[in-house]
Ligand binder design. Structure first.
Ligand SMILES: *[C@@H]1O[C@H](CO)[C@@H](O)[C@H](O)[C@H]1NC(C)=O
Ligand SMILES: *[C@@H]1O[C@H](CO)[C@@H](O)[C@H](O)[C@H]1NC(C)=O
Length: 400
């Protein structure tokens, strides 16, 4: 008992420091509340996360005004009380700010909930959606977006900000064991989201291997990260989009959001790992939207040591390419009949969005999707997860 006391005191101190409400969220990033003991931890093939394990994890939910319900569609990372980071493809079929609700501090979520979120969860509106100006839906290039939160969300119990890499960090180091988290499908054709936040350990995979013929056959860009296992089995899936890929920084002793869940072929298939938008190549873009100071606050504190300038990101190559038809389940079972009441602060219109590319899905496929959607009332924005094999792709056209 006596021996345990110092530990208990330390714990209470730690929790009271971490859990203290802070309306501005300008404390250190990457603080966690609780976590599963690591090691066996092994989304698809993951485990339930404990509450507060990933305090920056946000649930982006599609809101339907005719029945007042909200449906989880994507994950996101809280950067500060005003901004969260997610994937651009989440907004392809739902681009209006009043289509969305944001849930913070959650572990359990109810799909189709019509009750307001109760503390410690916080529910917020979207003020603005900023998709990357060069987002290409058919290829998932630059699949990154920022969402402005209104009113601002306070950090506190189970809500905190995630860390972005430092400028000098460079692309995520490979190999490295990292973590993904989300409420996405527990298996490829589950067609329903997980009620409890899942977490899974995944390995970062060499981009050249991930890009090779037997794998993604040329679809991978230098701005991506690949994570998973050669044999599949553990992966992100539909509904995990926009959520964080997190790697431990051993110097700062915390997790850094190095990627955003973007796409994959199926889920947890062999040689079809999850593909992520790396955050590091987009630090300047993020700074240009949320401000350099805000970005700086969301980056790991830089210990004073001689810094060599990080090498610039390789410019993305613009090779002609025939894309796969995406499995966007974009048939909306509950089209919004009337615009819902505007958020307390009138939102500004979202930035113009790249035109949606036509889906090359057969009638039968669409019918099947419709049936599945109606069965599971599944909202679909979830993911650029594709069903077709990349090996069916015609050879890439060589640049002459
Ligand atoms: C809370 O916010 C203040 C600034 O308003 C900051 O100085 C302080 O470090 C923050 N506290 C915590 C616990 O993060
Ligand atoms: C992947 O392969 C394609 C086609 O060869 C190439 O254009 C692209 O740059 C490669 N990606 C990376 C990250 O090297």
């Amino acid at each position: 008992m006596v021996e345990m006391l110092p530990t208990a005191v330390l714990l209470v101190l730690a929790v009271s420091v971490v859990a203290k409400d802070n309306a501005t969220c300008d404390g250190p990033c990457g603080l966690r509340f609780r976590q599963n003991p690591q090691g066996s931890g092994r989304i698809v093939g993951g485990q339930d996360a404990t509450i507060g394990a990933w305090p920056w994890m946000v649930s982006l939910q599609v809101f339907t005004s005719h029945n007042n319900r909200r449906y989880h569609a994507c994950g996101g990372t809280l950067l500060n009380s005003h901004w969260l980071l997610t994937a651009a493809h989440c907004f392809v079929s739902k681009k209006k700010v009043y289509d969305w609700r944001l849930i913070f501090g959650a572990r359990e979520i109810v799909y189709g909930n019509d009750k307001p979120a109760k503390p410690p969860q916080q529910e917020r509106y979207v003020e603005k959606i900023i998709m990357h100006e060069k987002y290409v839906p058919s290829l998932e290039h630059n699949d990154i977006a920022l969402v402005k939160i209104t009113p601002p969300v306070p950090c506190g119990q189970f809500i905190g900000t995630g860390c972005l890499p430092q400028f000098r960090a460079g692309p995520p180091r490979v190999p490295q064991a990292c973590w993904v988290a989300g409420w996405g499908f527990l298996k490829e054709k589950a067609y329903r989201i997980a009620p409890t936040l899942q977490e899974a350990r995944v390995n970062l995979i060499d981009l050249d291997l991930c890009n090779s013929t037997q794998w993604y056959n040329g679809r991978i860009r230098s701005t991506n990260a690949c994570a998973g296992y050669p044999e599949g089995k553990i992966d992100t899936c539909q509904g995990d989009s926009g959520g964080p890929l997190m790697c431990r920084d051993n110097v700062a002793n915390t997790y850094v959001v190095v990627g955003i869940t973007s796409w994959g072929v199926g889920c947890a298939r062999a040689k079809r790992p999850g593909v992520y938008t790396a955050t590091w190549p987009y630090l300047n873009w993020i700074a240009s939207k949320i401000g350099s100071n805000a970005l700086h606050m969301a980056q790991l504190p830089t210990p004073p040591r001689p810094t060599s300038q990080a090498p610039p990101a390789r410019p993305p190559s613009a090779r002609p390419f025939i894309p796969l038809p995406p499995l966007h389940l974009d048939l909306d079972p509950n089209p919004l009949p009337t615009p819902p009441p505007p958020p307390p602060h009138p939102p500004t219109a979202p930035s113009p969005i790249t035109k949606r590319s036509a889906n090359v899905l057969s009638f039968a496929k669409r019918l099947q999707q419709l049936i599945e959607i109606l069965k599971g009332k599944t909202f679909s924005s979830a993911k650029g997860y594709y069903e077709m094999e990349t090996t069916d792709l015609p050879e890439l056209t060589a640049v002459s």
